[in-house]
Design a protein around this ligand. Structure first.
Ligand SMILES: NC(=O)c1ccc[n+]([C@@H]2O[C@H](COP(=O)([O-])OP(=O)(O)OC[C@H]3O[C@@H](n4cnc5c(N)ncnc54)[C@H](OP(=O)(O)O)[C@@H]3O)[C@@H](O)[C@H]2O)c1
Length: 301
């Protein structure tokens, strides 16, 4: 891992969600930038895979008292935690609403200088999509409470996670199918999770980011057929578009509402601010190649 070593005097960044898929990438980015990291990990959750130099603070977003010690004396909070993905029995949007409000309250009381929030692209236009709207409500609450924040709003992740979802994508591709979310002419923004993690880690101390809501994406949005054509081109064989069905382990109604929202054409990032703050916006080809490599369908570089 490259980057500078953390100074002993430097206050840690509190990361919430470090045991998650994206959370793990964010943690690596923070450490490679020389940040000291304190990870808020739920009691009973496995922290054994986190690097040894990460300080563990046991706590739960739904237990306000457990957050007090965790937020003390930190330089920033970074959170990508969600209940929407239902990693544990009983997880729900309560975490995304009430849990995030608890964290904002704790940040305000402890006067944390910066709260980096992982939001969702166009969440403020999607009142019919509960997990999008929960992000918008948290952004509003941060502003109302006067907590200095940066909100990053990425598009759809081109994901290759281990487990069921990654397997579903891989199996589809092996059978020449890709899951597309929009028809011809309606485009949405996709992004590589690594780029999201990079921007979040930079947002911790980029002075111009403070107070901003920043869309994150790749160089251009794609329709479903364009996405299938790109994947086929990278794999060197034809790939056809399959319709996305409801998911496993999440609320299907919420997911179907999200697919309906995608059909409005509003899920498209304006990447100008991303470029100003975080550097050149990556090409969609690179994001797709990264996903296919992660799925083991293209050789690594
Ligand atoms: N997928 C997309 O296309 C997309 C698009 C835009 C934005 N996003 C955002 O990207 C992020 C995805 O993150 P991810 O991949 O890391 O999610 P993930 O794999 O589902 O992990 C969720 C994390 O939240 C933690 N968590 C859950 N409930 C908690 C609680 N009550 N208190 C403390 N921590 C709690 C989990 O900890 P445990 O180990 O204890 O379970 C885990 O670390 C989300 O913020 C999502 O909204 C995704």
């Amino acid at each position: 891992m490259s980057g500078r070593l953390p100074s002993r005097d430097e206050k840690p960044v509190l990361q919430v969600g470090s045991t998650g898929h994206l959370g793990g990438l964010i943690l690596r980015e923070l450490l490679s930038r020389g940040k000291r990291v304190r990870a808020l990990v739920r009691p009973g959750s496995d922290a054994s895979k986190l690097p040894k130099d990460v300080e563990i603070a046991r706590g739960d977003l739904l237990d306000p008292a457990s957050l007090r010690g965790a937020v003390a004396d930190v330089s920033a909070i970074v959170t990508s935690a969600i209940g929407y993905s239902q990693r544990k029995q009983g997880d729900s949007l309560r975490t995304d609403r009430e849990g995030n409000r608890n964290l904002v309250d704790a940040a305000r009381i402890a006067r944390v200088p910066r709260f980096v929030f992982l939001s969702i692209l166009a969440c403020d236009q999607a009142s019919d999509v509960p997990h999008f709207w929960a992000k918008k409500e948290t952004e509003d609450y941060l502003a109302q409470q006067g907590v200095p924040f940066v909100s990053l709003r990425p598009g759809a992740f081109l994901y290759a996670p281990e487990g069921g979802y990654g397997q579903m994508i891989r199996q589809g591709l092996e059978q020449g199918q890709v899951f597309g979310m929009t028809p011809e002419g309606i485009r949405i923004t996709y992004i590589a999770p690594s780029e999201v993690a990079r921007a979040i880690a930079m947002a911790v101390d980029e002075p111009r980011a403070l107070g901003q809501k920043v869309d994150l994406g790749s160089d251009r949005p794609l329709s479903g057929p364009e996405y299938a054509a790109l994947i086929g081109q990278l794999l060197g064989r034809p790939v056809h578009l399959a319709q996305m069905q409801g998911g496993r382990g999440r609320s299907d109604d919420d997911m179907m509402a999200m697919f309906r929202f995608f059909q409005t054409g509003k899920y498209v990032a304006d990447t100008r601010r991303q470029a100003e703050l975080f550097g050149p916006v990556p090409r969609i080809e690179d994001a797709a190649r990264q996903m296919l490599t992660g799925l083991g369908l293209l050789p690594g570089t």
